[in-house]
Design a protein around this ligand. Structure first.
Ligand SMILES: [Zn+2]
Ligand SMILES: [Zn+2]
Length: 328
């Protein structure tokens, strides 16, 4: 098959003829119909990802048709149109069983742990656990965008933050993850505020469903601008860039009592809770890994640097408050 291939980090990739992949026992081979290009591909090419062993074929956002299956695959057959989340858990370990496949120690990542989809064919392991059938109404190019940016944002907005209709959500950074978060929040009935330094991206964010937009270069204080629009701050906040400034603003613009901040760089989510009985002192942070997190990642990242553990108060009254956190 033909594939985009590089033998050294930062070297110009070439189109090469390489051996066709074969499916593993629990895997499939997919004829790639569409593949996305993502900032993570650039990080991999730069040598930032220790999972990549040279020579390498990148590409992790894909959709296509199954052309071969391993003997252990029962849910998929040749001819099925599929896509796949770019972090594919093994389906058997404790992390996978707890619903946190993104920290599976045996995870499979096309384009990182294995050769990826910048090729005519790509082999995917753990097929029964991870592949998703595609309806005819979803074309390959659309489906290829789902497994990375959309899955990451969906996990953050819907699963971790449990964003509800009518709530305010701030999205700091309007790249792939940010725009996906805005679309998902909008579909859930929430009011999304887009924040970026590019008017062009903000205009597109509005097309994607944002009800307000802030150009961070045109306001003195982004968090104050958010507070002004929302009359007190947002219920949910997402750092979709992973920069110290966006991380700080995404925490500072939270409404009292509830919120979530996600740093795209380290994929850590935080939820702030306030006790029903205690005021400012009774506040804790909960850390949970989001979709894109990888084993070995520092959680939380140094830029977020919240306290490592809940701050328990010594009195029994405060102790009982911690055991009954206020839930949104
Ligand atoms: Zn990606
Ligand atoms: Zn696993």
């Amino acid at each position: 098959m033909k594939a985009m291939y590089y033998e050294a980090f930062e070297a110009t990739p070439e189109i090469r003829t390489v051996p066709d992949p074969t499916p593993g026992e629990d895997g499939v081979v997919i004829a790639v119909g569409a593949t996305g290009l993502c900032r993570s591909d650039w990080h991999g090419w730069m040598g930032h990802d220790p999972d990549i062993k040279l020579p390498h074929v990148p590409g992790h956002e894909l959709a296509g048709k199954v052309v071969a299956t391993g003997r252990g695959v029962v849910r998929f057959k040749v001819g099925d149109r599929v896509t796949v989340p770019f972090v594919s858990g093994c389906g058997h370990c404790a992390e996978c069983h707890s619903g946190n496949q993104q920290v599976c120690p045996s995870q499979f990542q096309p384009g990182f742990t294995h050769w990826g989809s910048f090729a005519e064919y790509v082999a995917i392991d753990y097929a029964d656990t991870n592949l998703v059938h595609l309806p005819e109404t979803v074309d390959d190019a659309t489906a290829a965008s789902l497994g990375c940016r959309f899955a990451t944002s969906f996990r953050a907005v819907a699963d971790q933050a449990k964003t509800r209709p009518g709530e305010w959500i701030a999205v700091h950074g309007c790249g792939g993850v940010g725009l996906s978060a805005i679309m998902i929040a909008s579909a859930l009935g929430a009011n999304a505020i887009a924040i970026d330094i590019s008017d062009e991206k903000l205009a597109f964010a509005r097309e994607c469903g944002a009800v307000a937009a802030i150009n961070a270069t045109e306001v003195a204080d982004v968090a104050e601008a958010v507070r002004e629009i929302t009359k007190g701050g947002v219920h949910v906040s997402i750092d979709a860039l992973g920069h110290p400034t966006t991380c700080f603003n995404s925490i500072k613009n939270l409404r009292a009592a509830a919120g979530m901040c996600r740093s795209a760089s380290c994929s850590v989510t935080m939820r702030r809770r306030r006790s029903r009985w205690r005021r400012s002192s009774a506040m804790s942070w909960k850390y949970t890994a989001a979709t894109a997190c990888k084993p070995g990642a520092t959680m939380p990242c140094s830029t977020c640097s919240p306290p490592a553990r809940s701050r328990r108060r010594s009195s029994s009254a405060a102790g009982s408050a911690w055991r009954k956190p206020f839930r949104r």
